[in-house]
Design a protein around this ligand. Sequence first.
Ligand SMILES: [Zn+2]
Length: 409
Amino acid sequence: MINAHRLAHHLSVLAAIREADAPAHGTTRRAFTPAYLEGRQWLAARFAAAGLQVSIDAGGNLIGRLSGSDTTLPPIMIGSHSDTVMGGGSYDGALGVLGALEVAQTLNERGMRLRHPIEVVDFMAEESTPLGSLLGSTAMVAGLSDEHLARDVPGWGTLADALRRVGGDPAALKTPLRRAGDIKAYVEIHIEQGPRLERAGHALGAVTGIVGIRRADITCIGQPDHAGTASMDVRRDALAAVAQVITTAEHAALSRPGTVATVGALDVSPNQSNVIPGQVRFTVEMRSLDMHEVEAIWQEIYRAFDAACTQRQLSYTIHALHDSQPVVFAESMVATIDAACVAASGSSMRLPSGAGHDGSMIGLIAPAGMIFVRTLHGRSHCPEEYSAPADNLASVQALFETVRALDNG
Ligand SMILES: [Zn+2]
């Protein structure tokens, strides 16, 4: 029923719209760039051709709307994002937007009028940019602060100017654009970007929620000394203490299924082979659907680090970089999506998302859910990113069934 050929064609056309001076491999279409605007122009034309009413809201989100038979009902929102990272793939975000378009277009072509309106959304600037991430969905549910809008990044300008370039209206963002009750539900197709579906042999999965993230920036201060003459018992080696953090983080997360912990950045000073490391600046990041688990891992890491510093007479400072709460999707949404995935592909599994998505923002004001699609070798944010046409088609069929179930429910 879904037009598989058109879906594949749309994916390949959008993938070819990319920044001219970006790496030759992969797709680069970062938010606010001319290529991004060109991609959105093409999308807007596809929305219109599908019979959708096209608009851009004050938060710069591109929306195609299909009216419902009951004008009192709020819309069912489906979509994703059309921006990419530098040197990214052709499916992250694009599949969700084009899959949602395919659902709306199929409904329209078949003359199937739902009770609820359908809104196909391309959320503005989902990926990380110097001006922020999840910008369109944040604007939609919370507005954007004057301070954030005035943020001026060399080469990018202010967020307010960037927003105007994509058709947004910064002055209208002092208050949220949508509130609880304004959206019936939000559903997004997205590639998994991890290996779990592939390993378990499922094309599709129902996402149970989006993990919370805690990230800290830590500086450990010891003393640089001669690596040959300072004996082991008098050393104040900052890197030796940080090594404890790395192994403790790994062990703590390994012993708690569903959690991850990473020391991703290390800046060693003076970073010379014959000098004892006098100072190390590093990051620790922990993710889980359960913030109690994050807290437990953090406590374990902190105790090991503090003891290692005391033993070596080191001092340290800790700055919180990021603390976001997990979003746990409602069981009714997960169950509806799970059933639709089974109907479309013969099987399904439930799994959390370790990456952030617009659904974590929309989930603050409406029931939200996601359909994950098997990703080759779990690779994403790279040119090798790939999800098979049959799996992509199944995900759109699952979204179609989910939308129909939500409309009836
Ligand atoms: Zn994405």
